[in-house]
Design a protein around this ligand. Structure first.
Ligand SMILES: [Zn+2]
Length: 493
């Protein structure tokens, strides 16, 4: 290298160094605004019984959203929702089985939600003989055409490890078999419990009464259209199996809308040009509300880890950006109705309140305060889920500089049985080809139970996760170039 070149390069590296130092310095000033005590306070408030589990489709989610917007305002964030507010409201469409629906087997009338569960809403009148089958794979269309197919839940052919949890076992058997039998011409499908399915009965009732949710433009979540799926308890097995048995049902569906809301806030960037681009920090407000899981026990699912942890983290990150804005703007979204099928994030991805092209990266967090203190998950960093190597590398570098979490590598794999990558709010953005990663400390035995309470959260770990997410976002927001999408990126499903 010639001397003048050396001088130029020394000069350049001095400038670059000082720019990086300034970046690091401003980052460390701002990171002091992320305080464990404040995170703890926000977490405990949001996960309190006061908000009754923040269920989408109830006033409780809206109440929690109002509280979050007020905290965002206090943190110095500007509104970035509709019409100069912190809110983006959208209609949830709820579809459920009508209470007038009736089921009769032989001469016995079954009481809806007591002796019989109707799996999903539809409009159907059925009066047909029952044919009992033992294996839906080994039955031909000729045998079942125009008949009601009855079968007992069985583990046969269910090699999925999820079957160990009765509720999931039931869900997967229904999903797999109902469709097969409907395609072969069944008029209705009648499931009878085995011992394992019977264990899921009490949990299934409130779930099926609740029904399913969608938003305009997203498909209905019913498996079958116009073919009732009915489930009775094990005690009805003999009745169902009687020769020449008959089945009658009138099934009705109901649909109505209810508002849900995304809370949207921002901190403007400092660079005249880059301020028009946004780094999106994402969490979800809602959880599973009040359910009768076990009579006499706590029935409120407060969702402290899922996802009050990330809601509190976003407020803390917001305070840090307010103290020290980056070149690009920071956008904060507390999504609604995640537990009902990522509906808030699908809605925002379809109707962004900032230009869609201006979203440079999505940093989503869901459940970030449990499990071993030194481990974490970062999803979206393993092909085929890796949609931006640039973004993944920044997050990995910030982990190496900061918390040094041992990163789980199993849950991001396409072969992992939980399919966890597909279960949080980054997904709708990934489908829009926006670079995205998913911060999480993964599931645990308290997941989606009333025991997911604030007192069980490791606040120190939650604070580390918050700082890591902040540092990643701050680096992305100050980088000269926006993260690129991996060429040929395509999800496996
Ligand atoms: Zn969640």
């Amino acid at each position: 290298m010639r001397k003048d070149h050396l001088l130029v390069s020394l000069f350049l590296s001095t400038i670059l160094c000082s720019a990086e130092q300034a970046n690091a310095q401003s980052k460390s000033t701002a990171i002091a605004a992320i305080r464990q005590e404040e995170i703890k306070k926000d977490l405990f408030t949001l996960a309190d019984d006061h908000f009754r589990g923040r269920e989408a489709g109830t006033p409780d989610e809206l109440k929690a959203a109002m509280w979050l917007a007020e905290q965002a305002r206090k943190a110095g964030l500007e509104p970035a929702g509709d019409d100069g507010t912190y809110f983006q409201f959208y209609p949830l469409i709820r579809e459920r089985v009508g209470d007038r629906s009736t089921v009769k087997i032989g001469n016995r009338t079954f009481d809806l939600w007591k002796d019989v569960i109707i799996w999903e809403p539809c409009f159907a009148t059925v009066d047909a003989p029952i044919v009992f089958v033992t294996n839906p794979d080994h039955v031909d269309a000729e045998t079942i055409k125009g008949k009601v197919v009855a079968l007992q839940f069985t583990e046969q052919g269910q090699s999925d490890p999820r079957k160990v949890i009765p509720w999931r076992y039931v869900s997967f058997v229904v999903r797999d078999w109902a469709l097969k039998l409907a395609n072969k011409g069944a008029k209705a499908i009648l499931f009878v419990s085995d011992d394992r399915a019977e264990q899921a009965w009490n949990r299934a009732i409130p779930d099926r009464i609740r029904g399913t949710y969608r938003i305009e433009g997203r498909p209905s979540r019913q498996y079958l259209n116009g073919i009732p799926i009915v489930w009775v308890k094990k005690e009805a097995l003999d009745l169902v199996r009687q020769p020449n048995q008959t089945f009658q049902a009138n099934v009705y569906g109901e649909a109505f809308t209810y508002p849900s809301v995304n809370v949207v806030a921002k901190v403007k960037g400092t660079d005249a040009k880059l301020a028009n681009e946004y780094v999106l920090f994402s969490a979800h407000t809602d959880h599973d509300g009040v359910r009768e899981v076990e009579p006499g026990k706590d029935s409120i699912l407060n969702g402290a880890d899922d996802n009050a942890t990330a809601c509190a983290a976003l407020l803390a990150i917001g305070r840090a950006f307010h103290k020290q804005p980056a070149k690009r703007s920071a956008l904060f979204i507390w999504h609604g109705a995640e537990e009902r099928g990522l509906l808030g994030s699908y809605y925002f991805a379809e109707h962004p309140t900032v230009p869609a092209q201006s979203l440079v990266a999505v940093l989503n967090a869901d459940m970030i305060g449990m499990n071993a203190p030194d481990s974490a998950g970062l999803l979206g960093i393993t092909p085929p889920h890796l949609n931006s190597a640039d973004l993944a590398n920044i997050a990995l570098a910030e982990n190496a500089k900061g918390p040094k979490f041992k990163l789980d590598t199993a849950w991001d794999k396409a072969t992992h049985f939980e399919g966890f990558y597909f279960r949080s709010d980054h997904l709708p953005y990934v489908r829009k080809n926006i670079p995205a990663i998913f911060f999480t400390t993964l599931t645990h035995p308290l997941y989606h139970t009333p025991a997911d309470e604030a007192a069980t959260i490791n606040i120190e770990k939650l604070t580390k996760m918050t700082k890591w997410m902040y540092a990643t976002g701050f680096s992305v927001a100050n980088a000269p170039e926006r993260p690129k999408i991996v060429e040929g990126f395509k999800l496996e499903k």
